[in-house]
Ligand binder design. Sequence first.
Ligand SMILES: CC(C)(COP(=O)(O)OP(=O)(O)OC[C@H]1O[C@@H](n2cnc3c(N)ncnc32)[C@H](O)[C@@H]1OP(=O)(O)O)[C@@H](O)C(=O)NCCC(=O)NCCS
Length: 325
Amino acid sequence: MADARPRLPVSYDLAVDLICRAARRSDFAEIITLLERCFDEAAPGFFAAQTGHDSTFRLRHARVAVIDGRIAGYVRIFARRMVVAGLAVVAGGIGSVATRPDLQGRGIATALLEDAVARMRQERMEVSFLFTGIPAFYERLGYQILRQPEITLPRATARSGGASLYAVRPAAAGDLPRLLAIYRMATGDATGAIIRTPRGWTDAQHWLDERPALVATRGGVVVAYIRSRCRDFGHQILEAECAPDHADALSALVRAVAQETCSCDALVASVPTTHRLASLLRRLPEARETTDVRHPMMLRLLIDDPDITTAFARATIYFWNSDRI
Ligand SMILES: CC(C)(COP(=O)(O)OP(=O)(O)OC[C@H]1O[C@@H](n2cnc3c(N)ncnc32)[C@H](O)[C@@H]1OP(=O)(O)O)[C@@H](O)C(=O)NCCC(=O)NCCS
């Protein structure tokens, strides 16, 4: 029986045949199939969760490339706010970049990214960021790699240590306002940090696949927290922050994470360069550090603002894995 689907032209002219537009609700079954095909390493249900449970999701930020009525490629803009030199700047994360395998290498993703950049500028987004295993592709489009240290050590070596003044327990739902307050105190001046909302924090839990966060308390008050998840390359610390004067609570939390029951042999953390967690992990036996990470962060300024350019040139970028998209 003949294939009822419209046939793609053997050769086509991108300028004529390719339409980049906002996605429609009716496109999503096709989009999710495309993403699952292009990212076969993604956890089952990841893309559906990242679309269905993200309160920042807007159809105008889901950009599709259409050829002959069929979706040929997809790019998603993630609307975020980022701290830059102590101010909140509107930022556009780029993620879920995919072209149908039979149409790759013909400029579709490039066209979609150009369309996404135009859309972000239209919405006055000032900076764009992404994470990728193929940085060369994005360098052509003006994105630059930002390097953060990734520290790896055997989990066993992080388990030991003396008695702590801090008690550690799993976070409860009622802790969220305090965790957000600790995060805000820690990142108020940290260029690169994503500004969190309660909704954003809980949304991300639908796709991060993280273990329950652990909190450190002193006198019953939560003063620090740590978030982590199990990955095939090790137990990954996603983020850890503490209230001022409670840096020692991080040691208790790292030890508690290392003692959790899971099959990961290594502890792996991508840490803001100047963060106290980085110095703590570096001191532990057999810690190895690299900035040559598998999926580095990349950044591109979208507007010509000398204050922002200078802020990024001077700052050590502060970013946690829990905000990856
Ligand atoms: C990456 C991807 C979106 C590119 O889509 P595309 O429509 O083929 O891209 P374009 O035709 O606009 O650009 C092609 C360029 O992409 C680059 N590229 C594509 N795949 C690449 C890879 N795996 N590694 C490095 N560069 C790659 C090449 O530089 C290529 O340039 P060339 O034509 O000079 O060889 C597509 O290959 C894909 O869907 N891959 C699987 C999902 C994925 O990895 N997405 C990116 C995650 S950050």
